[in-house]
Design a protein around this ligand. Structure first.
Ligand code: SF4
Length: 376
């Protein structure tokens, strides 16, 4: 492939490749359920839901959650009318639950402020909870064909290589630079509409200009890519240093009691501002290390932390759950107690829940595993 980058500045070279980018994008189009219709004219509600779900989550993982969500809440009005518990239940397993709570709040604000229409203005979108610069750009370009860049981590890596320059996701100066280049590419009218360019760049970044070994021979922008043309180190994208994963240890309790003849289990609701905010959990107490505790130590721990007396104590399996910045190791115990509410702790509410209703409460993955372990 003959480089054309030498003929002019990087941006000019890039602009000249837009017809090839368009052909590449149309030929290899991968359809997802939220990509119905032409980019630039999509329904903003499914696009918004998919973009929020896809933050920190692979698209293949998002698909079943998205489909379930759209069946449960086919319209924005349905999200606004739902309870927080229904929203979290539909999000259960996707993680980063703050995203769901923000969606809920934003849907209610859209009903109040914008008559159930997702606004087509950047400032109005940015004023909604959970909508940042990237999501606003994605909605405006993909749904309203506005020349508003949508710069996610994949697009940052792509431009970092195109310009052979270390650009970093999360550094506003770098995002501004990419933003300006994309706006320039769209001026004056070019081979691609804003919606199509936004989508093609996202797809190229996620499927071809991939983190470890970019697939340059398949790349329609290769002749205008400085990294490719100069033969520079193709791993020139910002490196994500794999830090040692911290471990945290917990003891989780499946506490049973009879409330008026009904077999119940104790659940607590996590503070909204904390991790797994708004979800229900089995009470869990932090431990200083992984050392196994004796029965007497566990009884003492529960008495001191929850002000509950327990008996008939059994161990369950040890559970492990990875989060973005630590690994949680949880020893789990089942015990009987009296149906009293525990002392205040890392939760906003505690409730004795009939075991038959457990599945109606939104829970994190580790609590679902715990429920499963004791059901079996
Ligand atoms: Fe990325 Fe290679 Fe394309 Fe350059 S040529 S943008 S390094 S895939």
């Amino acid at each position: 492939m003959k480089p054309d980058i030498a003929a002019g500045p990087a941006r000019t070279a890039l602009k000249s490749r837009l017809p090839q980018l368009r052909v590449w994008h149309e030929a290899g189009y991968v359809s997802y359920p939220w990509r119905k219709g032409v980019p630039g004219k999509r329904d903003p509600y499914p696009v918004w839901i998919a973009e929020v779900m896809a933050q920190q989550t692979r698209l293949a993982t998002v698909v079943p959650y998205f489909e379930h969500w759209m069946q449960t809440f086919p319209r924005l009005q349905d999200v606004a009318a739902a309870t927080e518990q229904e929203i979290l239940k539909a999000w259960e397993g996707l993680g980063y639950y703050r995203r769901a709570l923000n969606l809920h709040k934003a849907a209610r604000l859209i009903m109040e402020r914008h008559g159930a229409q997702i606004p087509a203005a950047r400032d109005a979108l940015l004023a909604l909870p959970g909508i940042g610069r990237y999501t606003a750009g994605a909605i405006l370009s993909l749904c309203f064909d506005r020349p508003e860049p949508a710069v996610d981590a994949n697009v940052v890596r792509l431009f970092s290589r195109l310009l052979a320059k270390p650009l970093t996701q999360g550094r506003p100066r770098d995002i501004d630079e990419i933003d300006r280049i994309i706006r320039d590419l769209l001026r004056p009218r070019t081979a691609m509409s804003p919606g199509m360019l936004a989508e093609a760049l996202m797809v190229l970044g996620s499927r071809v200009c991939v983190p470890r070994t970019p697939r340059c021979p398949e790349c329609p922008l290769a002749p205008s890519c400085l990294t490719f043309v100069q033969g520079a180190d193709r791993r020139g994208a910002p490196k994500s240093r794999k830090a040692d994963v911290a471990e945290r240890h917990f003891a989780g309790f499946f506490l049973e009691a009879h409330v008026e003849e009904t077999r119940c289990v104790l659940l607590v609701r996590n503070r909204e501002s904390g991790m797994l905010g708004g979800l229900w959990s089995f009470p869990a107490l932090p431990l200083s290390d992984s050392q196994a505790l004796s029965r007497a130590e566990i009884r003492l721990l529960v008495r001191q932390a929850l002000h509950l007396e327990v008996w008939d104590l059994h161990d369950g399996p040890r559970l492990v759950q990875g989060y973005s910045h630590f690994r949680r190791r949880q020893s789990i115990y089942r015990a009987c107690t009296r149906p009293e509410l525990p002392a205040a702790g890392f939760w906003t509410e505690a409730r004795w829940v009939p075991i038959t209703e457990l599945q109606t409460y939104p829970m994190s993955v580790i609590d679902q595993k715990m429920a499963q372990a004791f059901r079996e």
